[in-house]
Design a protein around this ligand. Structure first.
Ligand SMILES: O=P(O)(O)OC[C@H]1O[C@H](OP(=O)(O)OP(=O)(O)O)[C@H](O)[C@@H]1O
Ligand code: HPA
Ligand SMILES: [Mg+2]
Length: 175
């Protein structure tokens, strides 16, 4: 409609870019594991796909955990958040390991932003421990352990979503 401001995507609202390299991500996951090692032991890891798969693999390797389950949730279409859809729930076997409430289970995701995804998984496993590598202020209260907080107006670019490319020198007008 004329005069109406165009709807901004989450990435456009979060104008500040925060690119993360594979090296940095691996280091941050290891730092997360150091903290989690003080809290465990855990029976199993529950990765929130897809972003939680990479940190879950690193954390599981460091903590010696071999049981890894997934909860598959879709919400962002690239950078626009829509309705949350649970495409696959937690397996009966993992549920049993957590005594039905998630006690002794470790939920892992790459980040919390608005907290909507984390809130949904917490409702499924209220007694589980929820860990993310990065946290924005809105989602932070939902997380038990995280490594780096970034501002709400920051957009984190993960290494699996990006590629190295040419960047013009500053004096040629690069931002
Ligand atoms: O706190 P929220 O505002 O809910 O956002 C955080 C979630 O958004 C991203 O996942 P996304 O839905 O983009 O799916 P993906 O992990 O498959 O990339 C991210 O991996 C978190 O799971
Ligand atoms: O900052 C972010 N980066 C990547 N994916 C995301 N999904 C929600 N917030 C983000
Ligand atoms: Mg995700």
């Amino acid at each position: 409609m004329a005069g109406e401001a165009p709807e901004l995507s989450a990435q456009e609202r979060a104008g500040r870019p925060f690119p993360v390299s594979w090296d940095q991500f691996h280091r941050d996951c290891r730092a997360l594991t150091w903290r989690l090692n003080e809290v465990g032991p855990f029976h199993a890891v529950i990765a929130i796909t897809r972003g939680g798969l990479v940190p879950a693999a690193i954390v599981a390797r460091e903590l010696g955990l071999r049981v890894i389950d997934t909860v598959c949730i879709a919400s962002y279409d690239h950078d626009k958040q829509g309705e949350l859809q649970v495409l696959k729930g937690i397996s009966d076997q993992a549920m049993k390991l957590g005594g039905g409430t998630g006690k002794g289970l470790l939920i892992v995701d790459d980040l919390v932003d608005t907290g909507k995804t984390g809130k949904l998984v917490r409702e499924m496993l209220p007694d589980a421990h929820f860990a993310t590598v990065y946290a924005k202020p809105k989602g932070r209260p939902l997380v038990d352990t995280f490594i780096t907080e970034v501002s709400q107006d920051t957009w984190i670019f993960f290494p699996w979503d990006t590629a190295l490319s040419y960047h013009p020198p500053l004096r040629d007008g690069a931002a």
